[in-house]
Design a protein around this ligand. Structure first.
Ligand SMILES: NC(=O)c1ccc[n+]([C@@H]2O[C@H](COP(=O)([O-])OP(=O)(O)OC[C@H]3O[C@@H](n4cnc5c(N)ncnc54)[C@H](OP(=O)(O)O)[C@@H]3O)[C@@H](O)[C@H]2O)c1
Length: 275
């Protein structure tokens, strides 16, 4: 007999998903799968028009209620507004999925300080500003699920996306510590250590294609792991790559290997000292 799905107990309740506006993104893959379990949705993203389109699609396809909250999560003033907009419902599932990273992936010292600060605001501080209030409400009710969508690059320094990698390390460590601290409260915290996924067209065309996962498969694996694992690494290729880099190599060797891998994938020069 199939095991019950961890989200079945939240049918009829609500899930809030950030970064859920882009049709091909992981956030929208989560949204479709959660809606298919008859859980109503609050979608949050900076892309207001796309968010409305996604909300309309989900309502008509799955018959669930969907609230769309356009918000720039770098702006601290949006958090009281978000909490106000959901004050009449119980958000039992929180998926922190949004992220910001510049497309041209400059080296750390070549990226402007403004961009570094924006990345910290959006990828680190915003996660805290969402997880803290919603986590406390969940603990008070004695139930809930929080998925922190991080990345394998949060487990190992990733040159050429160094700031992103450091932001993801923040998310992973924050989420893992929270998992431990909330054990026994009825709240399940899960860190998703995602590998490369096909969410940005041909942006990853220079990477080995066996490493690029379908975001739908990754979302399915992550949702099934709620309450069962503290960290999920969806996909065989992702698990293999993480094992290789974090367990089977010295740290220095691993960061050098990943630097060369990233340089190849992004069409950058690995530099004279990368050896
Ligand atoms: N794709 C991968 O290969 C991969 C690998 C490992 C981990 N992940 C993680 O998986 C998650 C989803 O990735 P994805 O590829 O699906 O990304 P995505 O499609 O780019 O989704 C991120 C969403 O967040 C939005 N966003 C950016 N800044 C925001 C802000 N200030 N306030 C509110 N929303 C904002 C983005 O809008 P804009 O498009 O306007 O920026 C976008 O709609 C991310 O956390 C990512 O780090 C992805």
């Amino acid at each position: 007999m199939n095991k019950p799905h961890p989200l079945d107990k939240y049918a009829g309740s609500w899930a809030l998903i950030t970064g859920s506006a882009r049709e091909v993104g992981l956030g929208y893959a989560f949204a479709r799968q959660i809606a298919s379990r008859k859980i109503n949705l609050v979608l949050v993203d900076v892309l207001a028009d796309e968010l409305e389109s996604r909300a309309a699609e989900l309502r008509s396809r799955y018959g669930v209620d969907v609230r769309a909250i356009p918000a720039d999560l770098a702006d601290l003033s949006v958090y009281p507004e978000i909490l106000d907009a959901v004050s009449d419902i119980d958000v039992d599932v929180l998926i922190c999925d949004h992220m910001f990273t510049p497309q041209d992936t400059p080296k750390i010292l070549d990226m402007s300080l403004d961009v570094h600060n924006a990345m910290i605001d959006i990828n680190a501080r915003a996660y805290v500003n969402l997880i803290h209030p919603f986590g406390n409400l969940m603990v008070t009710r004695g139930k809930g699920a929080i998925v922190v969508v991080s990345s394998g690059s949060g487990l190992l320094p990733t040159p050429f996306t160094g700031s992103y990698s450091a932001n993801k390390a923040f998310q992973s460590l924050f989420g893992e510590a929270l998992w431990f601290e909330t054990r026994g409260t009825g709240v399940d915290v899960l860190v998703m250590s995602a590998g490369l996924m096909r969410t940005h067209g041909d942006a990853y065309s220079k990477y080995p294609q066996w490493q690029i996962a379908d975001p739908n498969d990754a979302a399915t694996e992550a949702l099934r792991a709620i309450g069962r694992k503290h960290m999920v690494m969806p996909g065989h290729a992702n698990r293999f790559f993480t094992l290789l880099n974090t367990r089977l190599m010295s740290r220095r060797r691993a960061v050098t290997m990943v630097g060369k891998f990233m340089a190849r994938g992004l069409g950058k020069s690995a530099g004279p000292k990368a050896g």
